[in-house]
Design a protein around this ligand. Sequence first.
Ligand code: NAD
Length: 294
Amino acid sequence: MTPKSDAGRPYLVGLVGTGVGPSLTPALHMAEGRAQGLDYVYRTIDLNACGIAPHQIGEVLAWARTLGYDALNITHPCKQLVLDHLDDVDETARTLGAVNTVVFDCGRAIGYNTDTTGFAHGFTGGLPGVPMASAVLVGAGGAGSAVGDALLRIGVGHLTVVDLDVDRAATLAHELADRHALSRVDASSLDKLSALLPDRDGVVHATPTGMAEHPGLPFDAALLHPGLWVADIVYRPLDTALLQAARAAGCRTLDGGHMAVYQAVDAFALITGLTPDADRMSAHFRDLVAQTAA
Ligand code: NAD
């Protein structure tokens, strides 16, 4: 890739959303920028702290463009709201209906979704060669939606969506089925996992269960078996109770750091036009998680 801007020109990037203060993404981008010899500044823009309502995201974009920002990462609760304020949206983000990266290119605001591409890249790199005929996605929220799309893009043949909220699971399954006509997508309930998991190749966990604030397992560990791969997207902590139980059951596992790192890797590439060093970003991310957990 070639750099998008003149050599030596500083990059200015922001992360817009609520509760973005503790995000590790700014440090991750800036360290990679420094390592690439760039003058790369990445700041959080917390809507609550600034007294800006989420529906004003269009104004935030306009200001950012005027003030010379090169790009914005967009997070909760603006990933859908931002769509109405873009000049163009790439195919992945448009189909998903959610944008997490906006690049200002020659005055145009272009939307991308690196949650989806990041999960896909992290998955294919971290669980190479695993069987993909069938999988279960536990968690049909914002992250689950991006992950479900990614799973179908990378070749899962039959995906079953499960959530505590059965209506939410059914809605997501319906949307995914509409967008991925060649795959089979359906919804089920948590109490059916005991019937589903014995026959499936893999399970992806996309609920907050297992985070430091929500400890525990999302489902009974007795359902884990050596024929199942297990991917968790929770990354604080990286080694969740689910992943520990999965390793003990003989499963191949993938932690949530892969998605977190690759969404940043893909965003950095879109913003700068340069190829980031994914291994370096991953090592830095794991240091940051360890430091913030200490
Ligand atoms: P969300 O609140 O939008 O959705 C969470 C969903 O999980 C809801 O639909 C809820 O009903 C469901 N749920 C909660 N507990 C459940 C359980 N025990 N069983 C089944 N369903 C359950 O949250 P989100 O934005 O989708 O994020 C979910 C988690 O994903 C976050 O807490 C975070 O840890 C993780 N995440 C990771 C990354 C990454 O880059 N690795 C990115 C985004 C989010």
